[in-house]
Design a protein around this ligand. Structure first.
Ligand SMILES: C[S@@+](CC[C@H](N)C(=O)[O-])C[C@H]1O[C@@H](n2cnc3c(N)ncnc32)[C@H](O)[C@@H]1O
Length: 332
């Protein structure tokens, strides 16, 4: 007997009407995307690019709220990516890079540079350049810029408050936050240890950052967690754009290790995209960029687990003003 036949008539009716509603939702979205194609193809101004990206993201978010996670990722997201509109939004180099994943994952350091600089590579169409400005300066993009600035502020603070401060940047990417410091501010730091799994990102850090104060290491956080790589008496340890890819268990073990690496009075800072993230539905669909989202309460729970048996004096969790990114700050 098929599973559907074993259910009661009212249950079958409910299932049929849910399935009809989902189908109708899909059709409406497909029609919306069809209608979007001519407007995407004729973007002439920045204002029109901004409005288009805002409209698409809002529309997708509304659909996402109405369907199950399974239906969203297994049906709606692939449908969006297969639609002609996807090819047009991919004129934006930021969207296109996430989709292509040239380093095996979305969210690589070169992609983040599109957000930080807002500059498109040579050969990008005018529409692509406008779309990039719209995605890179969207609410989520602004939160990523704000995150870089928060890291830069943490570097300045540690440089002024601690003598010969030593810092560990985990999953450093291009370490852009350090380039926000003036040479004088930076000279107050004894060492920034910059760790990333990505060989190309590490090469760029070696090329673009002062050799005397930067130790760039290509390594996986697994090496840190397992103790194959170790440091001590650090004044600041931080990770941004990393926890979003790690399971709770790995986050707890990594947080524990990060705490152990700090000197008394040392600080830890972690950022993780929050479920409120404004661009989430656009990222899921047109960028195929899936993250593990966490609220401040989730970060507090990870922190409590990691702090067991360890001494932590201050624990703070909060989000940025846009509520797109949640933060955890500890002082040991
Ligand atoms: C979104 S980028 C963030 C880069 C930088 N922290 C920033 O905020 O601009 C994520 C970085 O994490 C690195 N990464 C991801 N998983 C990693 C792992 N398991 N070990 C080391 N680095 C990792 C990637 O190579 C990438 O450079």
């Amino acid at each position: 007997m098929s599973p559907i036949a074993s259910t009661s008539a009212p249950e079958q009716n409910t299932r049929r009407s849910v399935s009809r509603a989902l189908h109708a939702e899909q059709l409406t979205l497909a029609t919306y995307l069809d209608d979007l194609v001519p407007s995407l193809g004729s973007i002439q101004t920045q204002d029109s690019a901004d409005r288009t990206i805002h409209d698409i993201t809002t529309r997708l978010a509304s659909v996402k709220r109405q369907v199950s996670e399974k239906h969203w990722f297994e049906v709606i997201a692939p449908m969006c990516r297969a639609h002609k509109a996807a090819g047009l939004v991919a004129e934006d180099p930021y969207t296109a890079r996430a989709l292509a994943k040239p380093r095996g994952f979305a969210g690589d350091a070169a992609m983040l540079d599109f957000i930080y600089t807002g500059h498109a590579p040579e050969g990008t169409s005018e529409t692509g350049q406008r779309l990039l400005k719209a995605t890179a300066r969207s609410s989520s993009g602004l939160s990523v810029i704000d995150r870089r600035d928060r890291l830069a502020a943490a570097l300045r603070t540690v440089a002024t408050e601690r003598n010969e401060a030593r810092v560990l940047a985990i999953a450093c990417g291009h370490l852009r936050e350090a380039q926000e410091l003036t040479p004088d501010e930076r000279s107050n730091l004894a060492e920034i240890i910059a760790l990333d799994q990505d060989a190309l990102a590490i090469e760029l850090v070696k090329r673009e950052h002062p050799v005397a104060q930067t130790t760039a290491i290509q390594a996986n956080v697994r090496d840190l967690i397992a103790g194959r790589l170790s440091f001590q008496d650090l004044d600041l340890v931080y990770a941004a754009g990393l926890f979003d890819y790690l399971s709770d268990g790995v986050c707890v073990r990594l947080l524990g290790r990060m705490i152990d690496l700090l000197a008394p009075g040392g600080r830890l800072l972690v950022g993780n995209f929050s479920p409120v993230n404004w661009g989430r539905a656009y990222m899921d669909t047109f960028m195929d960029w899936r993250l593990i989202y966490r609220t401040p309460a989730d970060l507090r729970s990870l922190s409590r687990q990691a702090s067991k048996g360890r001494s932590v004096r201050v624990e703070k969790v909060y989000t940025d003003d846009h509520e797109n990114i949640a933060y955890l700050e500890l002082v040991v």
